[in-house]
Design a binder for this molecule. Structure first.
Ligand code: NDP
Length: 242
C-alpha cells in the first residue's frame, strides 16, 4: 500500500465531467489520492490528476463499485470521503416520458448512491470516522414542472441522507447533502424532450448559473471542517436564481 503521506483516499462517483470532475481537481489540489468512477473513465483519466485511480464503473453495478473501492483501498488505504455525485437528469412530462428514463434516474441517483454508501460504510464505522457527501439538488427540496421523476430521486436522496446521518452519527461518520441550483454542465443535454430542454436552456441563458467549481468548493468546505463538525446540508445557487 502506498503511504498516506498525501492525505486519505477520496472517492468521487461521476468524476468524468461537471461537478464530479471539478471536485476531483479540488481534492487533488489538496493532495488526496483519488478513486474516480464513471462510465467514461477515459475522461476521468484525461483530467491527469496525480495518484488518481480511474475505473470504468456504472454505479448501478454494486459489485463493480465494491471491487473498485477495494482495489483503491488496497493501494491508498481506507476511504475517508465518498462524494456520491453520479447522477442523471431527464426532464420531461410524466404523461409521455419514456419509462426507461424514470427507471434510469432512480437506478443511478438512488440505488447508485446506496451502492457507494454500502461499499464504504462498514469500514468507516469500524474506524469511527468518514464523510459521505451526497449531491442532491434544489429539486430535492422544491418541486418544479417537468422535474417530477428527477425531483423524486433527489427528494429520496435528501430523505435517505438525513436518516443515514442519524443512523451513523454515533459512529463518528458524517453525512452531508450538497444541494445546488442550476450548474453549467452537460447534464441537461441528456433530456430528450426538445421543448423542455429548450425551455430550461433559455432559463440557464438568462442568468449566470453556478460553475462546477462553486459546488466543488462547497464539498471541500464541508469535508475540511474539524471531524467533530457536520455541516448537515448546503444549498447553493446562482444569486440570480429564484
Ligand atoms: P454531468 O452530466 O456533467 O455529470 C454527471 C456525472 O455522472 C458524469 O460524470 C457521468 O459520467 C456520471 N454518471 C452518470 N450515470 C452514471 C452511471 N450509471 N455510473 C457512473 N457514473 C455515472 O452533470 P453534473 O455535474 O451537473 O451532475 C452531477 C450531480 O449534480 C448529479 O447528481 C446531478 O443530479 C447534480 N446536480 C446538477 C445540477 C446542475 O444544474 N447541473 C443541479 C443540481 C444537482 P459518465 O457519463 O461518464 O458515466
Amino acid at each position: 500500500m502506498e503511504a498516506e503521506a498525501h492525505g486519505p483516499l477520496a472517492v468521487v462517483t461521476g468524476a468524468s465531467t461537471g461537478i464530479g470532475a471539478a471536485t476531483a481537481r479540488a481534492l487533488a489540489e489538496r493532495g488526496h489520492p483519488l478513486l474516480l468512477l464513471a462510465r467514461r473513465a477515459g475522461l476521468a483519466e484525461a483530467l491527469d490528476l496525480p495518484r488518481a485511480l480511474c475505473r470504468q464503473v456504472d454505479v448501478t453495478d454494486a459489485v463493480a463499485v465494491g471491487a473498485a473501492i477495494e482495489e483503491a483501498e488496497a493501494r491508498y488505504g481506507p476511504t475517508d470521503l465518498l462524494v456520491n455525485n453520479a447522477g442523471q437528469m431527464f426532464l420531461g412530462f410524466v404523461a409521455d416520458q419514456p419509462t426507461e428514463q424514470w427507471k434510469r434516474m432512480f437506478d443511478v441517483n438512488v440505488h447508485g448512491l446506496l451502492n457507494g454508501v454500502r461499499s464504504v460504510l462498514p469500514g468507516m464505522i469500524a474506524r469511527g470516522r468518514g464523510t459521505l457527501v451526497n449531491v442532491s439538488s434544489v429539486a430535492g427540496r422544491n418541486v418544479y414542472p417537468n422535474h417530477t421523476v428527477y425531483s423524486g430521486t433527489k427528494f429520496a436522496v435528501e430523505g435517505m441522507s438525513e436518516s443515514l446521518r442519524q443512523e451513523v452519527a454515533g459512529h463518528g461518520v458524517r453525512v452531508v447533502t450538497v444541494a445546488p441550483g442550476s450548474v453549467e454542465t452537460e447534464i441537461l443535454s441528456h433530456t430528450t424532450h426538445e421543448g423542455v430542454k429548450a425551455g430550461y436552456q433559455a432559463f440557464k441563458d438568462s442568468i449566470e448559473v453556478l460553475a462546477p467549481e462553486d459546488v466543488a468548493a462547497a464539498v471541500m468546505y464541508v469535508y475540511e471542517q474539524p471531524q467533530r463538525v457536520t455541516v448537515r446540508e448546503i444549498v447553493l445557487a446562482s444569486t440570480a436564481q429564484i
